[in-house]
Design a protein around this ligand. Structure first.
Ligand SMILES: C[S@@+](CC[C@H](N)C(=O)[O-])C[C@H]1O[C@@H](n2cnc3c(N)ncnc32)[C@H](O)[C@@H]1O
Length: 273
């Protein structure tokens, strides 16, 4: 059996379907986002409190820079809710949050999460590229680590724009192409692990160590342009990384600087024109 959990999930998706978005969906049905190690066979969360803690701990940008409370009483859509960590944080501050995810597993986990905390949340099994909501329905759209996994991210950006009313706001995080992880880890797998000789490129080699059937990486300029093309005006671009050190053996202060300039997480806050 294939040892690498990412490759195992790819093979399993490919044996189930050949349709581009179905490949994405199946990958996440195989390996749901539960903040449990990818290698473990049983990846169901031990508790939803642990999921929330892991979400906040591993995403320092959210902890330090994002206020869920700003959206109290507002209509919020979370796209790609996974196990429901962010959805629950919106619900806890009394935002009117609706969550969607393309997998049955994630919708089930998010419903269970809300139920276990006595919170009322609407959760739907929907594809971000084609939702069933009316246009202009939301004040805020939040999507963390999701749209780069969709088979046609630009369709999903178009849908985000359609769902926001004029003046509505959003925040999305996708993977940063101008990141040390993309370049250095990519080169390591290409050269030291010999994938170059198997025909891989810097782009295709990412699949050996990156989650999702698709994981398109964007430069900040590419993302800002992609959003502008669907009527979403960027207010702020931030770059960050997960909590653990990006480069071992260098001083933390330098590591933090590199995270803010060449980190893997590309976060854009925008407004619908
Ligand atoms: C990396 S996980 C992130 C989950 C959650 N946002 C978090 O940060 O914990 C990506 C999630 O996006 C979902 N997803 C991928 N493509 C999607 C699409 N086109 N529409 C809706 N959800 C999608 C996956 O099923 C998965 O649950």
């Amino acid at each position: 059996m294939e040892e690498n959990p990412f490759l195992r999930a790819r093979k399993s998706s490919e044996s189930a379907s050949q349709s581009p978005q179905e490949l994405n969906k199946q990958w996440w049905e195989n390996l749901p986002m539960t903040y449990t190690e990818w290698e473990k066979d049983d990846r169901l969360p031990e508790s939803f409190a642990k999921v929330e803690m892991a979400f906040l701990q591993s995403n320092p940008w959210i902890r330090r820079r994002f206020s869920f409370a700003n959206w109290r009483g507002k209509k919020v859509l979370e796209i790609g809710c996974g196990s429901g960590a962010a959805t629950i944080l919106f619900a806890k501050v009394q935002a009117n949050v609706v969550a969607i995810d393309i997998t049955e597993m994630a919708t089930k986990l998010t419903r269970m999460n809300a139920l276990s905390q006595g919170l009322s949340v609407e959760v739907f099994n929907m594809d971000a590229e084609k939702t069933a909501f009316e246009s202009g329905n939301f004040d805020f759209v939040f999507s963390w680590g999701v749209l780069h996994h969709s088979s046609k991210p630009q369709e999903a950006f178009k849908e985000v724009s359609r769902l926001l009313h004029s003046g509505g706001e959003g925040l999305i995080m996708v993977y940063n192409k101008n990141s040390l992880r993309y370049i250095l880890k990519g080169l390591y797998w290409l050269i030291a692990k010999g994938k170059l000789f198997a025909g891989d490129s810097l782009e295709t080699v990412q699949r050996y160590f990156t989650d999702g059937y698709y994981h398109r990486h964007y430069t900040p300029a590419e993302l800002v342009t992609s959003l502008a093309n669907v009527g979403l005006k960027t207010k702020k671009v931030s770059i960050d990384h997960m909590a653990k050190k990006m480069i071992p053996f260098i001083p933390k202060i330098l590591d933090d600087f590199l995270k803010r300039t060449l980190g893997w997480l590309l976060i854009v806050e925008f407004v619908k024109k």
